[in-house]
Structures are given as C-alpha cells and as structure tokens.
Design a protein around this ligand. Sequence first.
Ligand SMILES: [Zn+2]
Length: 940
Amino acid sequence: QTSCVILGQSLTLSFFIWTLRTCTSCYQSSEDPGAFAVATNGEPFPWYHLRLPNSVIPLHYDLFVHPNLTSLDFVASEMIEILVRDTTQFIILHCKDLEIMNATLQSEEDLRDKKPGKKLHVLSYPAHEQIALLVPEKLMADLRYYVAIDFQGKLANGFEGFYKSTYRTLHGETRIIAVTDFQPTQARMAFPCFDEPLFKANFSIKIRRESRHIALSNMPKVKTIELQGGLLEDHFATTVKMSTYLVAYIVCDFNSVSGTTSSGVKVSIYASPDKWNQMHYALQASLKLLDFYEKYFDINYPLPKLDLVAIPDFGPGAMENWGLITYRETSLLFDPRTSSVSDKMWITKVIAHELAHQWFGNLVTMEWWNDIWLNEGFANYMELISVNATYPELQFDDYFFDVCYAVITRDSLNSSRPISKPAETPTQIQEMFDAVSYNKGACILNMLKDFLGEEKFQEGIIHYLKKFSYRNAKNDDLWGSLSNVSPMWNYSRLLSLKSCRIITKIKEMMTTWTLQKGIPLVVVKQDGCSLSIQQERFLEGVFKEDPEWRALFLWHIPLTYSTSSSNTIHRHILKSKTDTLDLAEKTTWVKFNVDSNGYYLVHYEGHGWDQLITQLNQNHTLLRPKDRIGLIHDAFQLVSAGRMTLDKALNLTRYLQHETSSPILLKGLSYLELLYHMMDRRNISDVSENLKRYLLWYFKQMIDTQSWSDEGSAWDRMLRSVLLRLACELGHAPCIQKATELFSQWMESSGKLNIPTDVLKIVYSVGAQTTAGWNYLLEQYELSVSSAEKNKILYALSTSRHQEKLVKLIELGMEGKVIKTQDLAALIHAIARNPKGQQLVWNFVRANWTDLLKKFDLGSFAMRTIISSTTSFFSSKDELQEVKQFFESLSAQGSHLDIFQIVLETITKNIKWLEKNLPTLRTWLLREDTRLLQYMYLHF
Ligand SMILES: [Zn+2]
C-alpha cells in the first residue's frame, strides 16, 4: 500500500515481511551504523536512514502531469537536474504509491550532445518511502546530471498527494476535480522527489487536460499547446526556489473573480461554478492583506499572481502552496445569506494566516519539521498584526486571547511537549502540527514583541526574512535577527550590556520557552511595599500535595505589572526561582501580566486575590479590559490546579453583572457554561438544575434584550449568538418560542426566507428537535451550495436527542456521500458534545477504528480530533479505565500517538476536579439560590 512499485518486479510475501521488520528497527534507530535495509526485490537497499543523504541535491524539476478525471489516474514524467556534492554510486529519492516505468541518467555532456540517457536500476524501500537509483558509473562531485523518470499513479482517495475531489452542482450533477496537498511529506505521492524542506529547487510544470477543464499551478501559465485529439497542454512559468511541500497543481472547472494589488500582483479567488457570489469577501480581504504584508515585511510578494482556491474536499483548514493557496470552502467562501460574523472572523483569520506563510514558510522555511513553529507560530501571530491593521472593526486582539488560552490547557499537562521537538517519521511529523506549534508559538512571539517593542520586533523579523530569503532557518537564526535590535524601553540591565551580550540574552531568554515544555506560574505576595515573587511550573490536575508535583523548570519571564496607585507599566525579568521587588508607593493591589501579553499565569497569595475581586466589584473599569479577562482566566485555571477554591473564582464572576465588554462577558460565560456541561454529562442533576437556573437568572436581562438580528459590532454579534444559543439549550421559553417561529416560517418558505446569520444555527438547532424539522434540515443539507449553511445544519442535526437520528448521521458520515468524509471528524465532535450522543460515538470509534484509519492517517488532525473529542470529557474512574484499555489495545497493534497520554491526563484531571470542587459548587449554588429568592422578594 505504501510502495513505489517498479514495473516488472513483483512483491513476494516473504520479502514484504522482511522489509517490515527492517523498517521497525530503522524507525527506532535510524542512525544505527549496524542497520541495513533490503529492497522489495530482495537486493540490499543502499541507504538505511529516514532522512535523505546530502551527497546529491536537486536544482530544478521539469514536471509533466496528465491526469485523467474519468479513469481517475495519471501518467507523468520528470527531469530532475541534480548537483553532486560527494562522489556517489546511487541517488535516493522519496516516492510513495507510484509506479516507476523507466529511469535514465544523462551527464551535462550527454545532454549537450543529445546522447540518450543511461538506464538506471531502481530499488524500492517502502518502509522509508524511498527509492534508490543505482548508477552504472560513479557520479562525480561538483558535476551536474539529469535524471529522467517516467511514472504513473492513481488519483488518491483521501486528502493527500494528488487526489480526487468531487462537488455537486445546483442541478444535482456530481463533478470531479484533481488537486494536490503535499504538506508535510506527501509530494512523494505525486512525483519522486527530494521531499525534505531543505532541498529547495525550481519547478517548471506542464499539465495536460481536456478542454472542459482548466489547470492551475504555483506560477502563471505562459502558454497552452493544442494536441491531437483535442487535448490541451498548459505550460507554467518556472517557480522561484522552494521546498517540495509547496508545489501545487489543480485540474478543475472552477470560476474565478480577480483583482490587482497596489504593487501589481493579480489575485484571484476560485470556486466551483455555483459559488460565484461567495467569493467577493475573500477577494477584498486578500487584496488588503497582501498589500499590508508587502509593506510590513518590506519585501514584495515575489510571484506575479496569487490564486486562492476553495476545494470541496480538503483535509486541513487551508494550505499555503506558493502562489496557489488551497482552502476548505468554509475557510474561504463568505455567503452573505448564511455566513455569520464568526464565519467572517474565521475566513479573515485563515486568509491572513496563509498569506503570512508566503513569507514565513515559503520565502524562509524551517530547516526541518522539528521547528515547524517557525512557520506556524509566526503565521498565527501575524494574523493578529495584519487583521488588526486591515480590519480593526473585528477587534482581533480579543480573539487572540483564545489562541493562548486554548494551548494553556494543553501545556499545563505533564504530557505537553517543548515547541521544538525531534520528529522523524511521517506520523511524528504530522503530530507536530498542533496547538503547541501554532498557538504557543504565536503567544511567545507576542510576549517577545511586548518585550522588544512593536518597531524593534518588526525590524528584527524584516532582518530575519531578508537574510534567509529562499533559504532555510532554525531557531537560533531567528533569535540572532531579533537580537540585532535592542529593546525600545529603557531597561537598564540590558542596555548596559555590550551588543553581543544582548544576542545571547534574547536567545537565553527565548530558549527557556522553546526548549522546555509547560507554562510558568508566578506566585506573588505583597508585604507592605515589598513584593516577593516566585516561579514554578503550572500543572493542572497535579496538586502541590501530590507526590508527582515537582518544580523542575525555570524560565526567563519578562514580567509586567501595574498597581492600584498608578497606571505605569513596570517591567522586570524574573530569571531565578525567587526574587523581591520594591514598590515605589503603597498600593491596595498589584496586577501582573499587563494586558495579558505574557505567557504565564499569576497567583496572588495572602489578600492579593481578595483585593482584586473587591476592586472588580467596586469599580471594574480601574482594571484594563484585557486584565479583567486575564483575571477570570487565571482564577479558573488555578482552581483546576488546586491553588484556589472554586467559590472564590465564582465570586469573581459576580462582577460580570456590571461588565459591558462583550469579549469579557463571553469569557466569563464560557467558564460557567463549562461547569453546566460537566454536571449535565454526569447527570448530577441537582447541581445542573441549579446552575441552569442561576445562568438564566444571572444573564436574564442580557438575554431578553438581545434582538434576533445581525446588528451591532462584531463582538456584540458574537455575544448574541452565544447568549441565545445557551438560552435555547437551557430551555428558556421565550428563546425557544422565537426560534420555533422563525424555523416554521423558513420551512414554509421552502428554505428561501433569510434568517439573520448570527442566529441561524440556533434556529436550525431548535427546529431539529422535531422529526419533521430534522428530516427537512437533512434534505436542505444535501441541496445547499453554501458550506457555511451546511456546517450550521450539520451542527443542528447533531443536537437531536434521538439516538437513531444520531446513528443515521454517523452512517452518512462514514459513507461519505451526503456528508463528506472531510466533515466526519467535526460531526463526531459535535455528537460527542451532545449528552445523548457521547456514549454512542465513543462506542462507534472503538468499534470502527480500522475503518476510520482507512479514511485518515493515524497522525492526522482528523484522527486526533476524533480521539480527543470522544474521550476528554470523561470524568469517572470507570471511563478512565475503558479509555486506557482501548489505547493499550491500539498501542499493542502498533498505533501510538502523543494524544493518548494527553487524553488520559485530562480525564484524571476531570476526576480530581470533581472530587475536589463538586461539594463547593453545590453549596455555592444553594447560597446563590437564597440570594436569588431574596432579590425576587425585594423586587416583586
Ligand atoms: Zn499554517
């Protein structure tokens, strides 16, 4: 299944087993000099490492591809110009699932004299996805050679390599397109190549197609040749020097809209023909963002064109192929009729992310996948800078909190990993694409920017991008560039140092964040005008009194703080375990981590928290909005770590009644809702009923004043969506009545009525609770050409309380026709969220593991979502045991993922949380109930 079959050579069973055995030992220790490999035909394979040798490097690929969208296969050929660095007798290339027909070699002289190529002996080693080309005579160092390979393959079924995607027209016709997706290690599925990011080369691509199709690739088309029989052949301009994972080509029948940036780059949005009216927002956004990046990086986008294409079947959210970015439809297409403000936020964010990659990732690439954060952390961080500048009305600052908060949950588990971590096998490499690379990477960059100052940070990254253009870089290169600039603010200790010392200081500081896992907790104690501060590793679910609690870690933390007596931002770098700071004047409270820019949590010992809570209740506006969000977040995290009692965190949220900032209200609400779901899932009904009543009472005024419309600022609209969804989920009668009314009108209008987009999902979800409504929604799901709408319908369908309906959804998801396979992981996630569906999907995943693995790679984001979404909400010892057993059985079959440990630790954390906090929650709610009764007595 993973082999490059060489024509005329057959694979016998004994060799296959032999190869597998060899592969296992190589995977465990690829550097073992005693290791050896055997090719599929039984001959010795001359290379036993997972990484390619450096003796030969590629300079240029001439690639010809002819896909047949009827027979679903392709024939292809390539000519790779190589430079030999060290004399060698073989060339090793990556290759997977391709059939090699012929391979020849020419020297420069041969090529000049038009001498035919010498036939090469090809060996295949599927375990490492490699082939060896054995040359008759040694290749000499410093000479160039030309390797020509003819090969063929099938269009893949999944989402990797050169694969098939289908879409349905408004008239119900199914059409096929062929598209590539190569990151991280799948270019080898489309053409034999040096498939490692360090082997950058130029690519000249030719694609043969039928006249009803168009072909797209990284570069603009330079000419089209008409062939006999009506076929056409497009020739694309040669690319700039780039890594193989960024190569892309598509054969499709899509339409486009285009515009030009101020520097003359042609930007086009492509989608299937019925989606013309959904492409305009993406065009406007990408033009604005490309203009912004060119100015910000002070480097022009180097290609003449940029295409953004919405692919009907796509694995990740999007992929940054140079000049030909591919997206899921939901990440690119904005439908004015059905896309909500959250959809707009998401689309803007993904476009900003992929455009940032054209510099971070494409122009400058990490040397190896262990530093993928240099691509992903930066692209995630640049979203913040670019969207703030181009769409200030989206207040993206407030969105960025969740980028950091999402990873803190993971990073505060023992099973977290450092940002830079060795990764060798394709599964390990895929696992690197996670919250630690993306989110933590972005958050520590944000902290560094706050430390250096905006301008110096920008100067540093411009220096980095210019210095390493068309090359590869590693962590130290980045720290070197950022150290060439000195901090903006007058930090006396740093400024007194010689410049070379500053370089080591930045590197010294940042490696404490990239090379060690986890997040620090800063414990502050105020004693008159003196502050004692201390750092330790923050661990959730492991309490200080537990034997496994250890304070092993030490960070260089750029602390910031302000006090009740002045708004000045004070700075201090905490490098040691403990330190003491003197306050200039007497203050009632101190707040650390100003504007929540730092990647650390803060605990205030003694009366610290009480003073802050009192301040919030008396006049919360004396604390900055971003500090108020930070306090709510840290308080609930401290509860999980056993450092704060739950009633104190809940008391803190009481001030929210006076809060007017929508992002802060959303944060507070999310913690309360989380508690409700935890109780509801566990059927702790006395507590969940009281919580429900508390939530509806507490937010009643806010809920009742919401209009069912799309009016207001971005965050007011998002708050409305969440408040009304929660109200309907909790059975608030006026909410259900209004949603039912709108749903009936929508059904009566045969789905033509325009419902405000921000409440669409709520209306559908309420409608899905009756059988007639559910069936009608499923029909509309099939007909809709708006992915934004389909997403909302699918969510609504998954909220049904009827098991047989949920089973039907899973069946449709597995079948992959009505519900696409690309949406299966999200569907399972949604059903797992439904208390009536959680056990169902958990049983399903266990029973269908092998079938799921046929659809998605083990290390893929989809598989990881399926595993974590069906297990990580468990909170009992029996459930923990069940999950443990399942993971053990998988590991015994050879499937191991880092996420297993993360899930087990999360469940253990949930169990401990309940044991410790359930009695407190129960008592607190009863006390609130009494307050509520008193309130009602006084007011009615
Ligand atoms: Zn990315």
